[in-house]
Design a protein around this ligand. Structure first.
Ligand SMILES: [Zn+2]
Length: 109
């Protein structure tokens, strides 16, 4: 009877040890996964911004004028954005440009 209780208590301790070990592992792994996910989104936002600024340059060369600040004209033109205007993968907002410089405003992720 004493042996059985000892064995049961030991099993519970083992289980608790395993559970807390899993908790520690999850606490270590999860932030790394979400950090690399955030870095990937920021990288995608940089690619979007580069694409937009190149297409804005082309638009200026072809039309002799600056596209709208909210990109409503160039964004609707499939010659410039065949898949439509991208939205920022980090904050989900629309890209806008400075109509003086043709550069994307904000999104310094
Ligand atoms: Zn953004």
């Amino acid at each position: 009877m004493i042996r059985w209780n000892f064995r049961l208590a030991f099993s519970l301790l083992e289980m608790l040890a395993v559970i807390s070990l899993l908790g520690v592992l999850i606490a270590i792994i999860l932030p790394r996964v979400s950090t690399s996910h955030d870095a990937a989104k920021a990288g995608a936002s940089h690619v979007d911004q580069g694409d937009i600024e190149i297409q804005v340059e082309l638009w200026i060369q072809n039309t002799g004028s600056m596209p709208a600040g909210d990109l409503s004209d160039i964004g609707a033109d499939i010659n410039y954005f065949p898949e439509g205007l991208p939205t920022c993968p980090v904050d989900g907002t629309q890209y806008t440009i400075d109509t003086q410089t043709g550069l994307v405003i904000g999104h310094n992720h």
